[in-house]
Design a binder for this molecule. Structure first.
Ligand code: DMJ
Length: 732
């Protein structure tokens, strides 16, 4: 086979036209390299020309072409008769011609009408005043907001309401006590009214500057912290007009879709706790709905390698981080350890296990960790799962973690034995290493830092007097008396810290060093910011002992607050409790209304108001009912919130007898099956899963199918297929 030689371009031979079947040697299917090259040159010259034309021709001519092209496509052409200028276009003749003319005419008329309408509207707008236009825009906005609210505020699945005993009353028989109680109510009104006037919607009030105030725990937005925190106090004091005012603000304004970085702990104890308490007391659904909306916004904080939540979370982006000052990038024990009560209630109210699982995960993780001397350090790194600095305190950074262990047990109707055991063990270690007696005979709780005891007690640690008293019952017959006694000793020490000041108000922190006992030494520790812990302890001790000294001490504190903290615009903290001429810090803390005034009011009320057998107060003094859960069912608990909503929207399931405890079963609308999964909360770290019987006491084939279908969407913690079938066989 000869290789064709490269020919000069001019001498190129064109092969003869061959009409017969192609024969390979004569008919080349490919071009020679030189021919390809020439073709390529021509092609690129052509493309360059096109591009040049596009960029260098005047704009008008380009648009003309494109407009024409577009028109060609959108509007079908009809032959304009003999003189048609465009011979290349598709011509329509015959019966279709008339139809197309009509179509074109109709389109033109529509365009004309639309233009005229738009013109009219524009003219109409111009005739309106700016105010009218603004009002219209506002109405439109409100409509959209309203629609969103309706969507967001969809009712949650009903659950049996716990036994709500003693949500009002407590009227004291004694005249003197009644007057004192009235005085506390008047103080509440003064605090609320001034906040209403000068700080409404802001988080807190500056009572001297008479304007709103906030701190970084609430992020950058105005979330009305004082309103939410104060609601239940207003309710139990019978300040119903004020309560309704607060409720209205919450309905209209409380919005959590904000780009704001908040403290998970503070938002949980003040907002979720406050909203849940307001819901239980008043029965108003809106509070429950808002609490759940907010809780969903906090969930991204748990997205850490260990599941220990970040201290802060951005409510919009869900991005979390820790406080810059915390040891080794750690989360704080008192913060991630103070979520249990609220989160269990959220699971109870929504039927969604996610909240319960988050807090139980924290508990399980803590149980597995080594504890130096049996003590829980205050810092835990959420990335590594390792302790930070070895610092243990019952005051700030540690306090409410211990409180919530005890209260988890109480709230579960004393069935959460795991929590009780953790509490007992922790308190035993604390007593051994942290609780000491001063030379003058005062019992105090010090702080453990890297193997060394600091003889310093914070105002925050004074809550522990009440905690010891509350935990006495259940600590074993031999120890109950001891813990009540210990609670009383702490109350006495904290009272001393108040009594040894010029204002009869306690400092932030006080020392036990040589001759110094229960007195603040450093200037930076001499302030009082309307904190509740000492009065809280007086109240618990009063409830358990009825010793009149606690009412007397409480009244001393109330008078001191009235004398030194009251200003015409509300109540303010003071900077130095040892100075007889106090300087105000100009902040009315939200916890003053949530806690300090509530505990004072309860101190001068009868025990029938919020009895401790039925109510457990969260760490912000928001009362949550004891959950008698033995028969409580959480239907649909295998679903995530999203799946549940999805199923309900689908209309796949409906609740049957949701109002009857133990009967909260589901019905699959498609198959008509009434047997379904129920989850019983038993607080033993387990969730018992049962299948509800059909009315005739049996689960048939369709029910089995339904359960298998449900199984596919179950969380790993939920019952799996084989177990489901086994249980079905047993029960069915
Ligand atoms: C409150 O917000 C709560 O009691 C919290 O547990 C710690 N202390 C403040 C008030 O002092």
């Amino acid at each position: 086979m000869t290789t064709p030689a490269l020919l000069p371009l001019s001498g190129r031979r064109i092969p003869p036209l061959n009409l017969g079947p192609p024969s390979f040697p004569h008919h080349r299917a490919t071009l020679r390299l030189s021919e390809k090259f020439i073709l390529l040159l021509i092609l690129s010259a052509f493309i360059t020309l096109c591009f040049g034309a596009f960029f260098f021709l005047p704009d008008s001519s380009k648009h003309k072409r494109f407009d024409l092209g577009l028109e060609d496509v959108l509007i079908p052409h009809v032959d304009a008769g003999k003189g048609a200028k465009n011979p290349g276009v598709f011509l329509i003749h015959g019966p279709d011609e008339h139809r197309h003319r009509e179509e074109e005419e109709r389109l033109r008329n529509k365009i004309r009408a639309d233009h005229e309408k738009a013109l009219e509207e524009a003219k109409e707008k111009l005739r309106k005043s700016r105010e009218e236009i603004r009002a219209e825009i506002q109405t439109e906005k409100n409509k959209v907001v309203q629609e969103m609210k309706i969507k967001e505020n969809k009712p949650l699945p009903p659950v049996p309401v716990p036994n709500l005993v003693g949500i009002s009353g407590g009227d004291p028989e004694d005249n003197d006590i009644r007057e004192k109680r009235e005085k506390i109510k008047e103080m509440m009104k003064h605090a609320w009214d001034n906040y209403r006037t000068y700080g409404w919607g802001h988080n807190e009030l500056r009572p001297i500057a008479r304007k709103g105030h906030s701190t970084n725990i609430f992020g950058s937005s105005q979330m009305g912290a004082t309103i939410v925190d104060a609601l239940d106090t207003l309710y139990i004091m019978g300040l119903h007009a004020e309560f309704l005012d607060g409720q209205k603000w919450i309905e209209d304004n409380l919005d959590f879709s904000v780009n704001s970085e908040v403290s998970v702990f503070e938002v949980n104890i003040r907002f979720i706790g406050g909203l849940l308490a307001a819901y239980y007391l008043s029965g108003e659904e809106i509070f429950k709905i808002k609490a759940v909306q907010l809780a969903e916004k906090l969930l991204p904080a748990f997205n850490t390698p260990t599941g220990i939540p970040w201290a802060m979370v951005n409510l919009k982006s869900g991005v979390g981080r820790n406080w810059g000052w915390a040891s080794a990038g750690s989360s704080i024990l008192a913060e991630f350890g103070t979520l249990h009560m609220e989160f269990v209630h959220l699971s109870y109210l929504t039927g969604d296990l996610i909240y319960y699982k988050k807090v139980m995960h924290i508990r399980k993780l803590l149980q597995k960790m080594d504890r130096p001397n049996g003590l829980y350090p205050n810092y835990l790194n959420p990335r590594t799962g390792r302790w930070g600095q070895y610092h243990t305190s019952v005051g700030g950074l540690g306090d409410s973690f211990y409180e919530y262990l005890l209260k988890a047990w109480l709230m579960s109707d004393k069935t959460d034995h795991e929590a009780r055991k953790m509490y007992d063990d922790a308190i035993e270690a604390i007593e051994k290493h942290l609780i000491k007696k001063s030379r003058g005979g005062l019992i105090f709780i010090g702080e453990w830092k890297n193997g060394h005891l600091e003889k310093k007690m914070g105002h925050l640690a004074c809550f522990a007097g009440g905690m010891f008293a509350l935990g006495a019952d259940g600590s074993g017959t031999d120890k109950a008396g001891h813990y009540l006694e210990l609670g009383a000793e702490i109350a006495r020490t904290c009272h001393e810290s108040y009594d040894r000041t010029a204002l009869k108000l306690g400092p932030e922190s006080f020392k036990f060093d040589g001759a110094v006992e229960a007195v603040a030494v450093r200037q930076a520790e001499k302030y009082y910011i309307l904190r509740p812990e000492v009065i809280e302890t007086y109240w618990y001790l009063w409830r358990f002992t009825h010793d009149p000294r606690y009412r007397q001490w409480g009244w001393e504190a109330a008078l001191a607050i009235e004398k030194y903290c009251r200003v015409s615009g509300g109540f303010s903290g003071v900077k130095d409790v040892y100075s007889s001429t106090p300087t105000h810090d100009d902040v009315q803390q939200s916890f003053f209304l949530a806690e300090t005034l509530k505990y004072l009011y309860l101190l001068f009320s009868g025990d029938d108001l919020l009895p401790l057998d039925h109510w457990v107060f969260n760490t912000e003094a928001h009362p949550l009912p004891v959950l008698h859960l033995a028969n409580t069912t959480l239907s649909e608990s295998c679903y995530t919130a999203e799946e549940r909503i999805h199923h309900q929207e689908d209309g796949l399931t409906e609740h049957i007898h949701p109002e009857v405890p133990g009967e909260g079963k589901l019905k699959n609308k498609k198959s008509g099956i009434s047997g379904a999964i129920m989850t019983v909360m038993n607080f033993k770290g387990l969730w018992q899963h049962h299948f509800q019987h059909d009315d005739d006491g049996r689960l048939g084939e369709p029910a089995l199918q339904y359960c298998q279908a449900v199984e596919a969407s179950c969380d790993p913690g939920c019952i799996r297929g084989t177990e489901a079938q086994r249980e079905l066989r047993v029960t069915g």
